[in-house]
Design a protein around this ligand. Sequence first.
Ligand code: AMP
Length: 541
Amino acid sequence: MLGLMQDEQLLISSLIEFAARNHADAQIVSRRVEGDLHCYTYHDAAVRARRVAAALDRLGLGFSDRVGTLAWNGYRHCELYFGIAGSGRVVHTINPRLPPEQIAWIANHAEDRVLCFDMTFLPIVKAIWSKCVTVRHWIALCEANAVPADTGIAGLRSYEEWITAESGGYAWPRFEERSAAALCYTSGTTGHPKGVLYSHRSTVLHAWGSALPDTLGLSARDCVLPVVPMFHVNAWGIPYASAMTGAKLVLPGAALDGKSVYELIESESVTLAAGVPTVWLGLLNHMAQHGRRFSTLQRTVIGGSACPPAMISTFKDTYGVTVLHAWGMTETSPLGSACTLKLKQTRLPPEEQMAVLVKQGRAMFGVEMKIVDAGGEELAWDGKTSGDLHVKGPWITKSYFKGEGGDPLVDGWFPTGDVATIDADGFMQITDRSKDVIKSGGEWISSIDIENIAMAHPAVAMAACIGVPHPKWDERPVLVVVKKPGAEVAREELLAHYHGQVANWQIPDDVIFVESIPLGATGKMQKGKLREQFKHHPLPV
Ligand code: AMP
């Protein structure tokens, strides 16, 4: 016997329509590439998203056709999210920080029919347009008079001219909730990037899960600033979760430096901000240098790479802001876990609470986690034993776009490539990316642990720990460090800082001071590049 409840499909269009009806005057504020602040409401966004949908109909795009974007976080990008997916097409966000030839490769692989871009990226578009064989329409996200006449790009027009030709009287189509909605390519270590294809159902369920109190805890009383880009895993799904909850949404555009982010937080009274650790480093440096305080910020979600405990303490002790450490990946939509205390832990002394809060946190409902050994046997949740982290759930990938790379699943679970422990309360802690673990004398050293200790030193701005080949021990840890501006610290002092914090054999063999550490297109340290650069670094034998 089936239940007798309605089979309403979970569709992305329902999110923006819900926001337009129930939170019509809640604001979306965007810092535009034009330089000014643009402010409108969910009602306005819904009207323009419907126009996008109608404009795509007029271009003759079919169901599930892909529409690419090369754009910062802004209101037009948001309208594209809802208009493209809501009308049954697939919004394909492309990371503009990738090399142009890779962008062209991705657009061709996705078979994008339309490509919408911020004017900042006109030079990229000029370089690739003739190579993107499936793209028929290039839409510049600006007013008609801002499009230069002499670009030579066939099929180029302005977004404003394109959508204002439509009436806004559009009815969203209803279709199967498992239909494709959004596509995001993720770069593996080898080979071409692979496409992760989200569905309407996975996106809506992920938004629901991410808004829960123990995940982002997003509500109609929040003002949320996703500094994490909309071209990287849909800004962690925040545009969808904001529409679902009616939170005020603040979009930072291209200005991601500490000063600009700080000013936006203050001017818009942001309560919750989200981004990768490198963004917060810039913000905290700006705050320290100029003696700034936050007036409204309550929480920051930090993920994408491990958040150093020193950053969590600085936010809390100096600025009274709670850090929510979260873990996820493109293949997990991305939120898989977030770190908030359980009732019994709220009575613990602060140091013991801190030992919990530095972890990547508990799985939210909808995500199952396990750790396994090399033979695939499940390992204990004792907080000590580490193994390969596998996940499954309705917003976790089951296959890459066009079946690239074959079947990624192992017994129905997605192997994340991360190494982790899980404790008896279900708190997961990433000890490393499997390729970054340092193997020394048959033992494993967590590069994240070593980096976190370095980051707690007041003179260290950024630290990466890499394994350098060693004739006797296989690999030994070496610390690559960027000092804070004007700060000094000697190699010996940094190494002495480790005594008593880790076993002696885990202390790095050397410290290499550098001007900067290479960051990838999503703001993560590129330890592979460092390993290559320093593979012949002399070590004591
Ligand atoms: P991406 O698909 O580019 O978002 O990268 C996902 C990877 O980022 C994960 O598999 C982890 O290796 C890493 N990652 C994400 N969040 C965290 C975190 N909080 N701590 C440590 N690593 C993280």
